[in-house]
Design a protein around this ligand. Structure first.
Ligand code: ADP
Length: 155
């Protein structure tokens, strides 16, 4: 049975930290599905279709990675996709405290679904989508944090 991991997140935007988790996940799993959640009530900074396209471009030569969007429960989407694992990154202890109840909840919904946490690589731990949005929103250059070029905001 191929091992498939779902890497769920907002990816608003997808960063070098996220890329690192996917690349390291490929050493553990046969397939990694990057799953952009769209059910959040909060407004996105970048349209989901744009983000999906930018991420897909990074992996056009890697057939073991796909990029999909989903609504609703992550654990149900994992079941639908035949993914037995959720992949998540941990930067610090607040990330861990945040992730713990979510992992328990997901396992409750989808028994046997294992969440696998990878510690962020030492140089990437300070990268956060929130900070990148804040810099970009005010016209700052965010190239150092992203594996693709993000066009300036249309005014
Ligand atoms: P969510 O809104 O679900 O937290 P994010 O897009 O912010 O989604 O993050 C998706 C996953 O990537 C989470 O597990 C998060 O902890 C992890 N992550 C975010 N930034 C980094 C980073 N710099 N290094 C490693 N993992 C990260």
């Amino acid at each position: 049975m191929p091992r498939t991991a779902l890497f769920p997140g907002s990816f608003d935007p997808f960063t070098n930290g996220h890329l690192d988790i996917v690349q390291r996940g490929l050493a553990l799993f046969d397939h990694v599905i990057i799953a952009i959640g769209t059910n959040s009530s909060k407004q996105r900074y970048l349209p989901v279709e744009q983000m999906q396209g930018l991420i897909a471009g990074l992996f056009e030569d890697e057939p073991r990675v796909s990029v999909q969007t989903f609504k609703g429960l992550t654990a149900e989407f994992a079941r639908e996709k035949g993914a037995g694992f959720l992949l998540r990154g941990l930067r610090n202890s607040p990330d861990f405290e945040y992730e713990k109840p979510i992992a328990y909840g997901n396992q409750h919904i989808n028994t046997g679904l294992e969440t696998v946490f990878l510690l962020t690589s030492p140089t990437l731990g300070a990268i956060s989508s929130t900070i990148i949005r804040d810099i970009h929103r005010f016209g700052g250059n965010v190239d150092a944090f992203l594996p693709y070029a993000l066009p300036p905001l249309a005014q």
